[in-house]
Design a protein around this ligand. Structure first.
Ligand SMILES: [Zn+2]
Length: 197
């Protein structure tokens, strides 16, 4: 049975080595910021800087390994039914970004979603690693300029991430509704644990 990630909220799940996580973009328009921590040593975490460095590439696609800050594979993209647009360059949204965008009241953020979700596992990380922004459509032009476009994924598109060690994965259904990254309508999503093998 899939687990719901409510719109604008986050969820975390613990996985054993060899299990996989199917992350489903139920409505197609949703960016899902995703983090992974070694369950036995959370100071080892999925690092986008090390992923870019080890892959020598600024995008990830099917069969690509996602590297930890200890320079080893922590997750692998085993399946991807989407057009393959995922961002590994941009930070998670946080309170200061919404302030910069002119929001004066509290606005939920991927950073807050990460820490709320981890607290359910008794895990406190004093900062927010750069996330794997699943389904986030951030094209890069030849001059290095970025754009932030609505996802190209379709309802029901999914990725399957296979674990290389025991991990805690956190997923945030990005609450960004000021820019176009979620096509203006932050939505719910789902995940499902797939057995090893
Ligand atoms: Zn966000």
């Amino acid at each position: 049975m899939p687990t719901l990630i409510p719109a604008r909220y986050g969820k975390a799940v613990r996985l054993k080595a060899g299990e996989a996580l199917k992350i489903i973009n139920t409505h197609g328009n949703q960016v899902l910021d995703t983090w992974a921590f070694n369950a036995n040593d959370p100071s080892e975490y999925m690092s986008m800087a090390h992923t870019r460095s080890r892959n020598s590439r600024i995008f990830v696609s099917r069969d690509d390994a996602l590297a930890s800050n200890h320079r080893r594979t922590i997750l692998t993209i085993e399946q991807d039914t989407s057009p393959g647009r995922h961002d590994i360059l941009l930070c998670a949204c946080n309170a200061w970004i919404y302030r910069e965008l002119g929001i004066t009241a509290y606005h939920r953020s991927c950073s807050d979603n990460l820490h709320e979700a981890l607290s359910e596992f008794g895990l406190q990380i004093p900062w927010t690693p750069s996330p794997l922004n699943l389904f986030m459509n951030v094209p890069v032009d030849p001059e290095g300029r970025l754009d932030r476009l609505p996802p190209e994924s379709r309802p029901g598109d999914y990725v399957v991430l296979r674990t290389a060690c025991d991990v805690i994965v956190a997923i945030s259904s990005c609450p960004q509704d000021i820019t176009a990254v979620n096509a203006g309508r932050p939505s719910d999503a789902e995940f499902e644990v797939i057995a090893a093998g």
